[in-house]
Design a protein around this ligand. Structure first.
Ligand SMILES: Nc1nc2c(c(=O)[nH]1)N[C@H]1C(S)=C(S)[C@@H](COP(=O)(O)OP(=O)(O)OC[C@H]3O[C@@H](n4cnc5c(=O)[nH]c(N)nc54)[C@H](O)[C@@H]3O)O[C@H]1N2
Ligand SMILES: Nc1nc2c(c(=O)[nH]1)N[C@H]1C(S)=C(S)[C@@H](COP(=O)(O)OP(=O)(O)OC[C@H]3O[C@@H](n4cnc5c(=O)[nH]c(N)nc54)[C@H](O)[C@@H]3O)O[C@H]1N2
Ligand code: SF4
Ligand SMILES: [Mo]
Length: 769
């Protein structure tokens, strides 16, 4: 007997609505759901493999606990929760709360459960040692938007369907399907932009699939985008192309003063882009009836990540495209979130070892290994890793792995025994994808249209199998000192109470006089997490306001609308978004302006012979999809792209092994010479290195590749956001002897703890003051 189920794809940020055919608990086909209000039938090769992700025989079906013999072995859930409690509570009792760290990974944004328990987990743990992929990825943009708009999550989204000019820097949406920009079928929408006479311009050291489909590709030296963007800002002012930014924007004159030092002629030789092109980019942007500038990973994880992210939106503001149809707009989720209570600031506290500033309540993941390895008060001795593979994700793989091995306690919530969880004391695997309900809590905020969609669990949980929500609720209770065996529903009950009370206290609240118990009784949903989602939807912008707007959104309405419910295109709403003390956009925030002299010094820095950049590949999901056979091989391999002329000069032919040396390690990988990459640049995919002992990744380990982060450095950071430089890092490139196997990553070099981040360099020079 086959049946159909509707699911939102959790494999990338596009959130496509899929139609699955199930035979029993087995997925037989996956199709894009043509009736889906948001994705309208789109599907990529990864989505088509959702069944293989879900049914991968290597996914853990039972928890693992490390025994007295030092080996991880299957245990009962009760044993595993008890072991987690012993480890976490014992660490807190012996060493205090800061001794427990939390690291959360990218799938946080692709699950319903994790975002709904993370804030309370952090609060209950009461530790300063909070880490996540944000400081390996989006934090530069979050910092820039926090300083400009007062809200780090207020990231402008290009209005792709209505724009006439899109300038993309450091992103490859044709393969990544978009990031910090939830847009199903980006490849199709980019094509549609050009078909209606619009223009797509891509700035990237590599002629990516996106660049190949563009009207103009501008190759650029990695890490130099802020110079190009400042050259464009300079041009806008010099040629009188700055429009009226409106009454809500402060700081235009200050930006103008900063841009004086970056005329196109000065930036051109460093960027490798001629001055005429810099001017032309600025003029085209200003002349377009509606235009949007978009930057992603290749602009964030760079030496000037926050500065670059800021300049992207400075251009959107100066050309009159902020908060405007066809320009960039702010997203609007269908659910209510906890309101921000304090004005945005960075550096409210600093990390213990290197004194790096806090951002959004987190410390940089680049200093996690320092905090684990450096003795003293507040040393991290236990870690809870949720949906993250930090062993491969953090800079300097060898050091991160050594640090993980040195932890007293590591509790992983992860479906795989992989490079990180092999170091665990306890692994708590979430159930299969199809056994979990889904709603996009985070990505809904970045969606290009207003919509809501809910996927109920398509398969029942096996008896005795805790949901991901229950696993997390129990960890919250351990952190709160209530023990692993308290009633997990109590966590949701308390959080519902807090949210209802908050809604009642808001000025002008229509619920102020209502009985909280009566409001609570209105909520539907079989589990605590579903009732919480119902409450968030009902208090959201389209919600039924707990019965006051009877036709408004509820969880029940979404359950009855498997194709989702659309609420139309995004609309301008800047005044509502702004959370700055002034209520205005601060176009020239002081911490950003203070970083500009560092950029000016870059104008005269000597160029490196070779620099490394990273890339996403279409048939991959970071580090955890290489076990899915249907996606492996072909274009999805761990090879180093190098410029064809460089290859010829170094005597490297296609498939030859090349040796790439970073500051802390060396890898040997097959080379793929190409004319699609700038000279002096090497491009490697992120997320490989599946040859570690003690993992259970039977397919991935057959073609393991190497860890890109064996070449990166935890001390080379964007100082404003604490985000490592993954793009534009100097390396040495040579032809390797094909008969010598890939060396194990060199051990981490002696550590020099520094408070200031370094400029990218291969040499171990002292840090800049
Ligand atoms: N050099 C270099 N380093 C990089 C990057 C780069 O480009 N270059 N990219 C950076 C970026 S952008 C990111 S986002 C990070 C990613 O960093 P991480 O998020 O730490 O790494 P992932 O490979 O995404 O690992 C996700 C983990 O979640 C598990 N998982 C999958 N689904 C679920 C689920 O439903 N529940 C739970 N509990 N677990 C699940 C997987 O098994 C895997 O272990 O890496 C960063 N590191
Ligand atoms: N298929 C697939 N999709 C994914 C993922 C995946 O693993 N596979 N991962 C997801 C995640 S976690 C993320 S964060 C997103 C990332 O989404 P994107 O940022 O769109 O993807 P990347 O391939 O990392 O693209 C970065 C681009 O920046 C370029 N670049 C590198 N350095 C520079 C530079 O200094 N300047 C400029 N202008 N360009 C530079 C690179 O050549 C590359 O083309 O993708 C998400 N989607
Ligand atoms: S584009 Fe992303 S969300 Fe859509 S099917 Fe592919 S992996 Fe899934
Ligand atoms: Mo990411």
């Amino acid at each position: 007997m086959t049946r159909t189920a509707h699911r939102t794809c959790p494999l990338c940020e596009a959130t496509c609505g899929l139609t699955l055919t199930l035979d029993g608990d087995h997925v037989t086909t996956v199709r894009g759901n043509r009736d889906d209000v948001f994705s309208r039938g789109y599907l990529c090769p990864k989505g088509a493999s959702l069944g293989q992700f879900d049914e991968d025989p290597d996914r853990l079906t039972a928890p693992l606990v490390r025994g007295a013999d030092g080996e991880l072995a299957e245990a009962t859930w009760a044993e595993a929760f008890a072991a987690a409690e012993r480890g976490i509570t014992g660490t807190i009792e012996r060493h205090g709360r800061d001794a427990v760290a939390v690291y959360t990974g990218n799938p946080v944004i692709h699950t319903l459960a994790i975002p709904l328990y993370l804030t309370v987990l952090r609060e209950k743990l009461g530790t300063r040692n909070i880490y996540s992929t944000t400081t390996l990825d989006t934090m530069p943009k979050n910092v820039a938007c926090g300083l400009m708009f007062g809200d780090p999550l207020a990231t402008p989204l290009p209005d792709i369907d209505r724009t006439s000019h899109l300038l993309v820097l450091g992103a490859n949406p044709a393969e990544s399907n978009g990031s910090m920009w939830t847009v199903p079928n980006l490849p199709g929408r980019l094509k549609a932009l050009r078909a209606r006479g619009g223009r797509l311009v891509v700035v990237d050291p590599r002629r990516t699939r996106t660049a190949q489909s563009a009207d103009q590709h501008v190759p650029i030296r990695p890490g130099t985008d802020p110079l190009l963007l400042f050259g464009m800002v300079h041009t806008l002012f010099a040629e009188g192309l700055v429009g009226d930014p409106g009454p809500l924007v402060d700081g235009v004159a200050e930006v103008r003063a900063l841009a004086v030092q970056f005329p196109p002629e000065a930036v051109a030789p460093v960027c490798g882009v001629d001055a005429g092109t810099v001017r032309e980019l600025a003029r085209d942007l200003a002349a377009a009836p509606a235009a949007a500038v978009y930057g992603r990973l290749g602009t964030c994880t760079t030496e000037f990540g926050a500065l670059t992210s800021w300049l992207v939106d400075v251009l959107n503001v100066l050309t009159g495209n902020l908060d405007r149809p066809g320009g960039v707009l702010f997203g609007q989720a269908a659910h209510a979130m906890r309101p921000q209570t304090e004005p945005y600031r960075v550096g409210r506290w600093h990390s213990r070892v290197r004194g790096l500033p806090e951002t959004s309540g987190e410390l940089p993941t680049a200093t996690l290994a320092d905090e684990i390895e450096t003795p003293g008060d507040g040393q991290v001795r236990a870690m809870i890793a949720i949906a993250g593979n930090v062993a491969l994700a953090a800079p300097n793989t060898a050091r991160m792995e050594r640090a993980l091995a040195g932890l007293d306690v590591l509790v992983c919530v992860d479906p795989y025994l992989n490079e990180t969880s092999r170091h665990a004391s306890v692994v708590l695997p979430p159930p299969r994808l199809l056994q979990s309900p889904h709603y996009d809590v985070i990505l809904g905020m970045r969606a290009i249209e207003k919509y809501a969609r809910y996927s109920p669990a398509a398969l029942p949980l096996p008896a005795g199998r805790p949901s991901e929500a229950e696993i997390l609720a129990r960890i919250v209770q351990i952190a709160a000192g209530e023990g692993a065996f308290a009633d997990p529903d109590a966590v949701d009950v308390r959080l519902i109470d807090v949210m209802i009370r908050g809604a009642q206290r808001r000025p002008g609240s229509p619920f102020a006089q209502r009985d909280p118990a009566e409001l609570k009784a209105l909520l539907t949903g079989a589990t605590g997490i579903e009732r919480r989602l119902d409450l968030m939807l009902r208090l959201g912008p389209f919600g039924d306001a707990l019965g006051l707007r009877p036709s408004g959104l509820t969880l029940r309405a979404l359950e009855q609308a498997p194709n989702g419910i659309g609420f139309g295109p995004l609309e301008p709403r800047l005044a509502e978004v702004l959370k700055t003390a002034s209520g205005h956009v601060d176009l020239c925030p002081a911490p950003i302006a203070a970083d500009v002299p560092r950029l000016a010094a870059r104008l005269t820095a000597p160029p490196d012979e070779f620099v490394l950049i990273a890339r996403r590949q279409l048939k991959s999901v970071n580090s955890w999809s290489h076990n899915v056979r249907s996606l492996a091989g072909g274009s999805n391999r761990c090879v180093a792209l190098i410029n064809a002329t460089d290859a010829e000069r170094l005597g490297i032919a296609a498939g030859d092994p090349v040796r790439i040396e970073g500051k802390h390690g060396t890898v040997v990988v097959p080379a793929e010479p190409t004319s699609d990459l700038m000279p002096g640049v090497v491009s490697m995919p992120y997320g490989w290195g599946h040859d570690r002992p003690g993992t259970r990744l039977s397919h991935a380990s057959q073609d393991p590749g190497v860890s890109l982060n064996s070449l990166t450095d935890e001390y080379t950071l964007d100082p404003l956001s604490g985000t490592p430089v993954f793009n534009g890092l100097p390396i040495r490139l040579t032809r390797a002897d094909p008969h010598v196997p890939s060396p194990p990553s060199a051990p981490a070099s002696a550590l020099t703890a520094t408070s200031a981040p370094r400029r990218p360099s291969l040499e171990d020079h002292p840090a800049l003051p």
